[in-house]
Design a binder for this molecule. Sequence first.
Ligand SMILES: NC(=O)c1ccc[n+]([C@@H]2O[C@H](COP(=O)([O-])OP(=O)(O)OC[C@H]3O[C@@H](n4cnc5c(N)ncnc54)[C@H](OP(=O)(O)O)[C@@H]3O)[C@@H](O)[C@H]2O)c1
Length: 172
Amino acid sequence: MILSHIVAVSENGVIGKDNKLLWHFTEDLNYFKKRTTGKVMIMGRKTYDSIGKPLPKRFHIVVSRTVVDSLHEQVKYVSSLKEAYALAEKLTLSQNWPDEVMIVGGGQIYRESLADTDFIYLTRIPGKYEGDATYDLNLPKEFGLAFSQFSDAHPGLRYEIWSKAQTIADES
Ligand SMILES: NC(=O)c1ccc[n+]([C@@H]2O[C@H](COP(=O)([O-])OP(=O)(O)OC[C@H]3O[C@@H](n4cnc5c(N)ncnc54)[C@H](OP(=O)(O)O)[C@@H]3O)[C@@H](O)[C@H]2O)c1
């Protein structure tokens, strides 16, 4: 199983405020969709609440200290990251989900899972924002920049892929 963060971060490391995103870039939302569709996602309970409903064609593992049964077949609550990894591994091994599992936030879950992560899909959002959820842009030094491309549509917005193995990620 490969674990990847996917995150959009402003210049000062802010990723959200009051359990909401602070910007709206359709291109970046489409990038998120492209990178996550068909895959298993792991997220914190607050991020799941902020999305509000399951996203199509994705399996949602929600980490919370209060485990509840979801009404949705593709949503499962677990009580720790360790359990999230175990369930993700089971899904990728036995139920035809791809090997890459996407960790989609928020701040707490990114921090707690960084040491286990192989790739970081980092969208750099231009500007500084005030917020209460953050992502540390001082990436651990074992990560190397494998890919970097400015957006066509939005000046200053940049897509990067950081890899522990420093290999170029599959762009197909
Ligand atoms: N810019 C981006 O790319 C991006 C992506 C995702 C989210 N966001 C933003 O990030 C913000 C949310 O982030 P956040 O840091 O506040 O919350 P979060 O990481 O989404 O969720 C935190 C919750 O996860 C559960 N949790 C965390 N660690 C746990 C552990 N070790 N064991 C069991 N449960 C654990 C707890 O749920 P319980 O309270 O239920 O116990 C905790 O309250 C929002 O503003 C959202 O819009 C931004």
